[in-house]
Design a protein. Structure first.
Length: 208
């Protein structure tokens, strides 16, 4: 039986794209294009969520997601008059203690288009969020240097338990600013989606 996506943000186009995302037969170039199109769909959704008076937004991406998912979001926001302050993080995820499941993802490199990242809206993106590890690290770095009024955590796939895990990482003053936007809802626990996550690294090969 195929997966049933139950999410109010999902339309027929997004449903088609999610199907391509989870299809093991999808090639790297097509996968990259799917991510870009999903990014544009998120851009449309973000425009609805963000006040018209907010002309500048800060967007943080992992390096794996910047060229496709991130670019799709940025293109849509910029086409609609938003200035996007981009930060790209290179994270190295590992488990320092084999006796427990606690993973860390320190930032080993970062790129910023502009030095100032303080904007009223902070958007943190990742193709698949299965735990709080990477998003926690990147969001912590950014809120140490800015004071956003609104924080959007954006991922096409948000696996079960990820929201609770992230909420537990921050105090109430930060958590109350956060909203989560996804297309494959938080009830998803799909092996196919985890397989898709493994293909994210292959996307980088497209631009090599």
């Amino acid at each position: 039986m195929g997966r049933i996506f139950e999410n109010k943000n999902v339309n027929d186009k997004i449903l088609y794209l999610l199907g391509k995302l989870s299809d093991k037969k999808t090639e790297s170039k097509e996968y990259a294009n799917v991510m870009y199109e999903l990014g544009k769909e998120f851009g449309r959704l973000i425009l609805v969520k963000v006040k018209n008076s907010y002309k500048t937004v800060a967007l943080a991406s992992t390096v794996e997601d910047a060229d496709y998912l991130g670019k799709g979001i940025i293109d849509m926001l910029e086409e609609n008059g938003k200035e996007v302050l981009l930060t790209v993080f290179w994270n190295k995820r590992f488990n320092p203690n084999n006796e427990n499941q606690l993973a860390v993802a320190p930032i080993i490199k970062e790129f910023r288009e502009k030095r100032d990242i303080d904007a009223p809206v902070l958007i943190v993106i990742k193709s698949i969020i299965s735990s709080s590890c990477v998003v926690r690290t990147n969001l912590t770095r950014l809120i140490e240097e800015s004071s956003p009024e609104q924080i959007l955590v954006v991922a096409p796939v948000l696996l079960k338990g990820a929201i609770k895990s992230l909420e537990n990482e921050f105090d109430t003053s930060i958590s109350k600013k956060k909203a989560f936007l996804d297309f494959a809802g938080s009830a998803v626990r799909s092996i196919a989606m985890l397989n898709a996550n493994m293909r994210v690294e292959r996307v980088a090969e497209v631009v090599a």
